[in-house]
Design a binder for this molecule. Structure first.
Ligand SMILES: *[C@@H]1O[C@H](CO)[C@@H](O)[C@H](O)[C@H]1NC(C)=O
Ligand SMILES: *[C@@H]1O[C@H](CO)[C@@H](O)[C@H](O)[C@H]1NC(C)=O
Length: 175
């Protein structure tokens, strides 16, 4: 009886918190210790290693993020709270920018000195900017795939003007 009453009170309290978006509460959304586990399970039970950047898609249904020391990009299905591996094969993935119109995901592969692009329709990953595994600062005013970058990390996409801004940290530049 007392437990039933408590359960009712707790459910009222939780409902109250959830329905009041102004409540200043904080929760763990993803991550439960250091490691690489939990794919296809609840995000708040998954082990991560240095998540560094994220991006929410335009329908707010997937939160993509870079799991730096696991060399993976993962996403969380925001409707279920479940986490999935999205892409592997990076060396220090950092910034993520989404081109929702063209269904593309840009990932700064920092320690490989390139920006990769993943076509979500075909599943194909290609190099968008920089030269794989080679740092440098050349290529301005030329084709982006002939350029060199040095530890690219944060990025932002201007989807109206079709411009991708890249922090080229090792060169002290923004491109
Ligand atoms: C992505 O892949 C699809 C399917 O292969 C293709 O039709 C589309 O043109 C690609 N998008 C870009 C921007 O390359
Ligand atoms: C770079 O892009 C140009 C034009 O998009 C293409 O013709 C060329 O083959 C590409 N070069 C490499 C090395 O991928």
């Amino acid at each position: 009886m007392l437990l039933d009453l408590l359960a009712v009170l707790v459910s009222i309290a939780v409902t109250g918190v959830n329905s009041d978006s102004s409540a200043n509460y904080i929760y763990t959304y993803a991550g439960f210790g250091s490691g690489d586990s939990g794919a296809a399970g609840p995000a708040n039970m998954a082990k991560l290693r240095s998540p560094v950047a994220f991006a929410l898609d335009s329908s707010n249904s997937r939160l993509y993020f870079s799991d730096y020391y696991n060399n993976k990009v993962k996403y969380i299905n925001t409707n279920t709270g479940y986490i999935y591996d999205f892409a592997t094969g990076f060396k220090g993935p950092w910034g993520i920018a989404l081109d929702n119109k063209n269904n593309l995901v840009y990932v700064a592969d920092a320690e490989n000195h390139v920006v990769k692009v993943i076509n979500r329709t075909s599943g194909i990953t290609s190099i968008f900017a920089g030269t794989l595994g080679v740092s440098g600062t050349t290529g301005d005013n030329g084709l982006v795939n002939a350029s060199r970058l040095n530890y690219p990390n944060l990025m932002s996409l201007d989807s109206i003007n079709n411009v991708l801004y890249i922090v080229d940290q090792g060169n002290n530049k923004i491109k």
